[in-house]
Design a protein around this ligand. Structure first.
Ligand code: ADP
Ligand code: MG
Ligand code: ZN
Length: 594
């Protein structure tokens, strides 16, 4: 640490504090404590010249210094009930000197007051110097010091969709004037969402590097301190700095540390965090979007964010950064293997195949670990053994985070997702399938099938809702058909299917037995009391829809069994399927009418 003048002042106060403590303990030495009986004996024997009575204490000044105790002041606790005390004083002609705090104690309280005044003066001076309303606001200097990034887009691989979305920012940052004259509305905030280690920080740095603008690297936890008001002051400070350096990028990692939704916090709340978030939103609303400050925030828990954060003019763009598929992993490995000597027996394709579910950071780590193992064994080049050992070590870590998927599970997931896709392709009213993946995607989703609605939809027909349920059941039906058994993997599908069925019956009046009637309970309107027989009828109707839909899903799977097998196989090999290849495969599906 540098010896700044500020530090010297702090040391001065530490020294003063120590002095204060020393003085207090010397005082204790000066007044040796004795018992009440002893005190009375001293008075009786005529050794005492005078006494000072405090509310609880009696100090005895001796005529001659006590050689044993080496002091001329003795102290004892005053026992007021002892009525013989004052007559005793009179009898021995002891003067009663003072009633109240002693001079000596006064001296030490003066010292203490001086200490306090000094501290306050010091803080006021600091506040004036930093121009901030809070003396702690700048205590973390790194918060407001911009870096210049050397990272380029070529250093980022395997997350092409996210990269493409951010490329536009570079163009804007490079020529804010041009963008301004075209009348474009500059984006203010971008939210990078994805699991840890997928390259969110790296991407943000690449944007700064490509645009050649300063990069303020902060983290949500930097702002949140125990002192109320510090976080808000730091936000203000940061934006002031950024304005001076614009165009520039402010990066906020671990954004959820400040932007957690108000409802998800505990009841007594965290005022400090709320103030910090409010200050951030005010700062973002406040700066003119033409200034060229772009705030990029990263989080792996987007569902926990306060809804105020994603409002237009704030973080209105979300970019998803996902775990890489096999091709992506191969590309990431290539970047990190540039300066590494691999043995001829291995190649990057092999490593990519061995590492499903690994993030970019995991992959960089494996190569690093393998290189260390190789050095330890005094070998020249990294071999298959070292790579496998490094992967195994990582897998232990991933399993701990519930992210490692074994080969059996991968097969299950591949055919399960294939089942969803097949049902979607077979049903004429369903939205087309855009992408299938067996790469885990946060919050317990082990794979996913993405359908792309051809247009935004506000109204759904009965058939469309029913088709949704059939598609949700496609996964489990495929598992049952191919493995004659099913797993717990369909839990979320079942929940969503049940929700839709319940809404169809209770909200949209789509039940034949009950007719067009709503059973929705609304706080503002009167509440219908449902009779037990009616409740059981509602349950029956829901269950009927679900069972029929499952039956339909099974039929679709049976009719398209061969296609399901090749779809699953392709997925196991490539991990994600999209575009022409997927369209070509799914175009072979037999249409199914319900
Ligand atoms: P995140 O911010 O998403 O947690 P980081 O950007 O901090 O992840 O990634 C940590 C490191 O892992 C990076 O510095 C880089 O070495 C490596 N890495 C992660 N993702 C990628 C990627 N997509 N391409 C290349 N390297 C990556
Ligand atoms: Mg990071
Ligand atoms: Zn599913």
């Amino acid at each position: 640490m540098q010896d700044k003048p500020e530090n010297r002042v702090i040391w001065l106060f530490v020294a003063l504090g120590l002095l204060f403590i020393v003085v207090l303990s010397i005082q204790d030495l000066l007044h040796s404590p004795i018992s009440w009986t002893e005190a009375k004996q001293k008075i009786e024997s005529g050794q005492v010249e005078s006494v000072e009575i405090d509310s609880h204490l009696v100090r005895l000044r001796l005529k001659e210094s006590d050689t044993e105790l080496r002091t001329d002041m003795l102290e004892t606790v005053f026992i007021e009930q002892d009525e013989s005390f004052f007559p005793l004083l009179d009898k021995n002609q002891v003067t009663v000197k003072a009633v109240g705090p002693s001079n000596c104690e006064e001296g030490s309280s003066w010292l203490f007051t001086f200490f306090l005044i000094g501290l306050i003066v010091y803080m006021v001076i600091r506040m004036q110097r930093t121009g901030s309303s809070n003396p702690f606001a700048r205590s973390k200097a790194s918060l407001a010091s911009p870096e210049s990034s050397t990272i380029r887009f070529t250093d980022v691989a395997g997350i092409d969709e996210a990269r493409e979305e951010l490329e536009e920012l570079v163009a804007i940052l490079k020529q804010p004037q041009r963008f301004r004259t075209l009348g474009g509305r500059m984006p203010k905030g971008v939210l990078l969402v994805g699991p840890p280690g997928t390259g969110k920080t790296l991407l943000a740095k690449a944007v700064a590097g490509e645009a050649d603008v300063p990069f303020f690297h902060t983290s949500g936890s930097d702002f949140v301190e125990i002192y109320v008001g510090v976080g808000a002051a730091r936000v203000r400070d940061l934006f002031e700095q950024a304005k001076k350096k614009a165009p520039c990028i402010i990066f906020i990692d671990e954004f959820d540390a400040i932007a957690k939704s108000r409802s998800s916090r505990n009841l007594n709340g965290n005022d400090e965090r709320e103030q910090t978030l409010n200050q951030l939103l005010v700062a973002m609303d406040g700066f003119d979007s033409q200034q060229g400050i772009i705030v990029i925030a990263a989080t792996n828990r987007p569902d926990s964010l306060d809804s105020a954060v994603t409002r237009p003019g704030r973080f209105d763009r979300q970019v998803h950064v996902q775990l890489p598929d096999i091709k992506g992993r191969r590309a990431i490995l290539e970047i990190h293997a540039k300066n590494i000597q691999l043995d001829d027996e291995i190649n990057l394709d092999m490593i990519a195949r061995l590492t499903p579910g690994f993030s970019g950071a995991d992959l960089a780590n494996i190569l690093n670990e393998a290189a260390l193992l190789t050095i330890r064994k005094a070998r020249e080049k990294i071999g298959l053994v070292e790579i496998e050992e490094a992967i195994e070590r990582s897998i232990a870590g991933l399993a701990h985070k519930n992210r490692h998927i074994n080969e059996d599970e991968r097969r299950r997931i591949a055919f399960h997702e294939g089942g969803h896709a097949l049902c979607a392709a077979a049903l004429p009213v369903a939205d087309p399938v855009q992408k299938i993946s067996i790469i885990p995607r946060g919050r317990g989703a082990l794979g996913y099938t993405m359908q792309n609605p051809e247009q935004d939809q506000n109204l759904y027909t009965h058939k469309q809702l029913y088709s949704k349920i059939v598609i949700l059941f496609g996964g489990r039906a495929a598992e049952e058909h191919l493995f004659s058994d099913y797993t717990t993997g369909a839990a979320d599908d079942l929940r969503r299917a049940s929700d839709i069925a319940r809404q169809m019956i209770r909200r949209y009046g789509m039940s034949e037995a009950l007719g067009p009637m709503s059973f929705e309970r609304d706080e503002n309107r009167f509440v219908q009391e449902l009779s037990p027989s009616l409740i059981s009828l509602l349950d029956q109707e829901e269950s009927k829809i679900l069972k029929e839909a499952y039956h339909h899903a099974s039929s679709i799977i049976q009719q398209n069994e061969d296609l399901l097998r090749s779809l699953g196989q392709q997925l196991l090999e490539e991990e994600t399927l999209s575009g022409d290849k997927l369209d070509e495969l799914l175009s072979r599906t037999q249409e199914y009418r319900i």
